[in-house]
Design a binder for this molecule. Structure first.
Ligand SMILES: [Ca+2]
Length: 446
């Protein structure tokens, strides 16, 4: 793995520069204790079900020139993980900076499960940024509660245009597309609609700090391209639904469309001359399924193997994050809340202990992160996995597996019998963690 280049930026200089860079900052933005907003704009672009081995930015099979450009201008992570291998728990971890078990989102939010949504009393990144004076918006997928009480506008988003479910028809979404709390369609191919909203929002808010979450539908099923309009579609038999040969060409186009949109977002940031004060962070929410690729890892969506939760992740902030660099440090999506909060100078309320750690020093200076253990829980369906440096354990009612990722990134050789003491120690840590993070209701969470 390439080592990240070190930079000599001095934080004070950056802060001073940013302060000066905001047009009329003190008078317009003096919302945080009277001293204004000194942090950068934050744009998070989250793909849905995109695998580690899908994009050309990661050596994958689909040409993604705009993600490649982003990587060339920023930092590419090779050991970045989402909190889960499925949508809702990952998003709960990202939004709160905590293990999703602590906020009751242990499974996919669905009408038939008892995980109704993310309670508005939780501290979310959108609320923190909003309270700090940032204009906030979510375009695209929410999937943290379908009832009105869980709507993104109750989580500190000034603007929400998108859908509450796990997925929608890419073309025909009139019955599900929201503008805040009310249903209001924006006709078009969902990937294009989401991108257009993001570009418009950036243009409108160029003179004030903003936090923008671009939560793409791509490349989640249903596998529909811009040409697959309801009028042009042919009926698909059940046996054809997951046919790899049928899906692959569509998947490629869907990813290319999202990549083009990412290019448009970066262009909008450059055109409005806010490049030097805008951090863009791209990631997927979990590994690929079906036609996608998680190469070189084992497993995919809904799996505790690396292919389930090790995802592509790229950070770009011209002049602040060294261009064309790579980091092999272990980082997790729940680290983004503390990272953005620190960059924005926002204090996280003390009553919420975070599980994520700030990546600010890593992003700006290539600093080493503290050594830590990271847990991936999905009880009871998949059990719980534990990552401790190069060691990885998967523990469930059916699995007791230990892997050395430094020498076996594809998790082929179970080392439990070779290292019984290490295996037992990690098992004990998982059991303790499960007890510690057990969901006990909204009121009990500290
Ligand atoms: Ca997903």
């Amino acid at each position: 793995m390439m080592k990240i280049k070190r930079r000599s930026d001095i934080v004070v200089v950056i802060a001073a520069y940013l302060w000066c860079a905001w047009p009329g900052s003190a008078s317009v933005l003096g919302t945080r204790g009277g001293d204004g907003v000194a942090g950068p704009n934050i744009v998070v672009i989250m793909a849905d079900d995109l695998g580690y081995g899908d994009t050309s930015a990661y050596g994958g099979w689909v040409e993604t020139p705009h993600l490649e450009r982003m990587a060339a201008e920023g930092l590419t992570f090779t050991d970045f993980h989402t909190n889960s291998s499925v949508c809702s728990p990952t998003r709960a971890g990202f939004m709160t900076g905590r293990y999703q078990q602590r906020v009751g989102i242990v499974d996919v939010v669905a009408r038939h499960l008892d995980t109704p949504g993310l309670d508005p009393s939780e501290t979310t990144i959108s609320r923190l940024m909003n309270q700090a004076g940032y204009r906030t918006a979510l375009f695209g997928k929410w999937h943290l509660g379908m009832e009105p009480r869980f709507n993104p506008v109750h989580h500190g988003f000034d603007e929400f245009r998108g859908y509450l479910d796990g997925y929608i028809d890419y073309h025909k979404h009139g019955s599900t597309w929201h503008n805040g709390l009310k249903k209001e369609d924006q006709p078009g191919y969902s990937t294009h609609v989401i991108t257009n909203n993001a570009v418009r929002f950036i243009q409108q808010n160029r003179a004030r700090p903003f936090f923008l979450l671009v939560a793409h539908e791509a490349v989640h099923l249903p596998f529909q391209t811009p040409d697959d309009t309801p009028e042009k579609r042919k009926p698909i038999s059940k046996s054809e639904l997951w046919n790899r040969e049928r899906i692959r060409p569509k998947y490629r186009i869907m990813l290319e469309e999202m990549d083009r949109g990412i290019g448009q977002i970066m262009d909008a940031i450059q055109r409005t001359e806010i490049d030097s004060r805008t951090l863009v962070f791209f990631l997927s929410d979990n590994g690929a399924i079906g036609a996608g690729s998680n190469v070189p890892f084992r497993g995919g969506k809904f799996s505790h193997y690396e292919g389930g939760h090790r995802v592509p992740a790229i950070a770009r902030w011209p002049g602040k994050i060294a261009a064309g660099t790579t980091s092999s440090q272990l980082a997790v999506a729940m680290d983004l809340l503390p990272t953005f909060a620190e960059l924005a100078g926002v204090d996280v309320p003390a009553e919420r202990s975070l599980d994520g750690v700030s990546l600010r020093g890593l992003l700006l200076n290539g600093d080493e992160l503290p050594k830590r253990q990271v847990f991936f829980g999905y009880e009871p369906k998949l059990g719980t996995a534990l990552r401790d440096q190069n060691w990885k354990m998967i523990l469930s009612s059916k699995k007791f597996e230990l892997y050395d990722l430094d020498n076996d990134e594809a998790e082929q050789t179970n080392l439990v019998e070779k290292y019984p003491e290490r295996a037992q120690a990690m098992r004990t840590k998982i059991e303790h963690w499960k007890e510690e993070t057990q969901w006990a209701g909204v009121e009990a969470q500290k």
